[in-house]
Design a protein around this ligand. Structure first.
Ligand code: ZN
Length: 200
């Protein structure tokens, strides 16, 4: 039996999230974020002001092979913003293979990694340049930009992990929101619309 050995990837990372050597990329724009923010009126005001094409976040990835053991390495660049008192977020997900872990390393900006388990544990871990968060398997995770500059992370996870993006929407959002504390910082508060996570 022969094994096809993929080529190595040489990746040049900009603090702006541009990754030379990326093999794919995607963007999420304001029009893609319906239902994500709890203050829907604030979201709709932003949509009217900025337009559906306003960039919320961009992901660049290097993936050269699939299967167990392979890695997907990429950058996430989340633009700053507030929707009501809630800071700009990525959609967030649980890995479809829920036991798959992930590393996030902050390249620039100021953010929070919001983490929750299906049985109700919640963590909001601050991220600054040079800091990293190890997201174990079985944690729902989402990036939050709590600063005024783009929040850029380098991520790395198993190529067979996959993502369940609908879990959070079905639960009425994550159980905690990262919000403006009114004093130049951030805090968390419970999301009253959260109904608990139910996997299908
Ligand atoms: Zn992930």
């Amino acid at each position: 039996m022969t094994t096809t050995v993929p080529d190595p990837g040489l990746l040049a990372l900009g603090l702006d999230g541009v990754m030379q050597g990326a093999t794919s990329s995607y963007e999420k724009r304001l029009g893609d974020m319906a239902g994500v923010y709890r203050d829907d009126a604030a979201y709709r005001r932003a949509l009217a002001e900025k337009g559906a094409g306003f960039l919320v976040y961009r992901v660049e990835e290097h993936r050269n092979v699939g299967g167990p053991g392979a890695l997907i390495i990429g950058t996430s660049t989340l633009q700053p913003g507030r929707y009501g008192d809630e800071f700009a977020v990525t959609r967030g997900h649980l890995h479809a293979q829920a036991d798959r872990a992930e590393l996030y390393y902050c390249l620039s900006g100021t953010g929070v990694m919001l983490l929750e388990t299906l049985d109700g544990r919640s963590e909001a871990l601050p991220m600054r340049p040079g800091g990293a968060v190890h997201v174990p398997g079985h944690w729902v995770h989402r990036s939050v930009n709590v600063g005024d500059e783009p929040f850029v992370t380098l991520f790395c996870y198993g190529a067979d992990a996959g993502q369940d993006y609908e879990l959070i929407a079905r639960a009425g959002g994550m159980s905690s929101l990262v919000v403006d504390d009114g004093a130049g910082g951030w805090s968390t508060r419970p999301n009253a619309e959260h109904t608990g996570y139910a996997r299908t």
